[in-house]
Design a protein around this ligand. Structure first.
Ligand SMILES: Nc1ncnc2c1ncn2[C@@H]1O[C@H](COP(=O)(O)OP(=O)(O)OP(=O)(O)O)[C@@H](O)[C@H]1O
Ligand SMILES: [Mg+2]
Length: 280
């Protein structure tokens, strides 16, 4: 296996059959090991299509995708690619395949031919990583949406992936479940160094990402740190995207003549900035 530990999209285009435009259009992106990359974009901008290209669920119509040096077009690497770059989806119910949590987490491992003892170790560790150990023998359908998503994440973790690709993994969850799932993924990124590609509509989920990629019409429209991207409020609005609430508030206040800095993302930063203006 190559020692390349990036995911590379090189001039990737993908067209659905009979579609009049490319869902992903000449998109290039380098995702570095250990990065937390957030992907934003309006409905239909190509985010999910891009995610599926990253772990060989789809193959590029042109261009290529390299996952840790493996070309997704290479059939023989399919399982290696899926093991390296695991994916979680929006609907937790569609991802549960077994009637007991532990078996659900084991599911992917059975395809990998992992030995029994090793399997037990991996399942225990994966459940521990998502703080779901005490639910190991429970029935998944008894769990909340957020808990089910954490089980889905455990299923991916058991494969010992290098990268986790999450396509709106919190979209169907309540605020509490959403926070738990995001916290879990952030922790895996920070503590285990797992690369994360985090697709979301929630701006507040993006403020701590290393980089934000904004996709529009299947192309990268903006790319940068959250601060760089969100400080371009007008451009974000042109792309039919919101900015975090505090960034929007700061913009409104600036328009009213208050000289706030243009890169405020969080409540804490807003409070500091207002305090600075009041007591210079
Ligand atoms: N199975 C399909 N067949 C044909 N066209 C599709 C299919 N899936 C998506 N598309 C089209 O491809 C484009 C990109 O869709 P995609 O689902 O990748 O966008 P998205 O950014 O994930 O959108 P959303 O925010 O709604 O999830 C859209 O124009 C969409 O209508
Ligand atoms: Mg989508």
């Amino acid at each position: 296996m190559s020692d390349d530990n990036r995911i590379l999209a090189e001039d990737v285009t993908y067209a659905y059959e009979e579609a009049d435009k490319n869902a992903v259009n000449h998109l290039s992106l380098e995702i570095r090991e250990g990065e937390f990359v957030a992907v934003l974009g309006h409905n239909g901008s190509g985010k999910s299509t891009f995610a599926k290209l990253l772990n060989a669920l789809y193959l590029p119509s042109s261009g290529r995708v390299l996952v840790y040096g493996m070309d997704t077009a290479d059939d023989e690497q399919l399982w290696n690619i899926r093991q390296k770059a695991g994916m979680i989806f929006q609907n937790p119910d569609n991802q549960i395949v077994a009637t007991v949590v532990r078996e659900d987490v084991a599911f992917g491992l059975e395809n990998l031919g992992v030995e029994h003892d090793e399997m037990v170790r991996r399942i225990d560790e994966a459940l521990e990583s998502v703080h779901m150990t005490k639910y190991a023998e429970k029935e998944p359908h008894m769990l909340s949406g957020g808990q089910k998503q954490r089980i889905a994440i455990a299923g991916v973790l058991a494969m010992e992936p290098s990268c986790l690709i999450a396509d709106e993994a919190t979209a169907m969850l309540d605020p509490k479940g959403r926070k738990k799932v995001l916290d879990t993924v952030r922790r895996l990124n920070k503590e285990k160094g797992i690369t994360v590609v985090w697709i979301t509509h929630y701006m507040e989920e993006v403020t701590e990402a290393d980089r934000v990629v904004v996709v529009s019409d299947g192309e990268t429209a903006m790319i940068g740190t959250p601060r760089e991207v969100f400080s371009k409020v007008e451009k974000m609005r042109e792309l039919h995207l919101d900015v975090p609430r505090m960034t929007a508030l700061a913009q409104d206040l600036r328009e009213d003549g208050l000289p706030l800095r243009d890169d405020i993302l969080t409540v804490e930063e807003m409070a500091e900035e207002v305090a600075r203006l009041l007591c210079p």
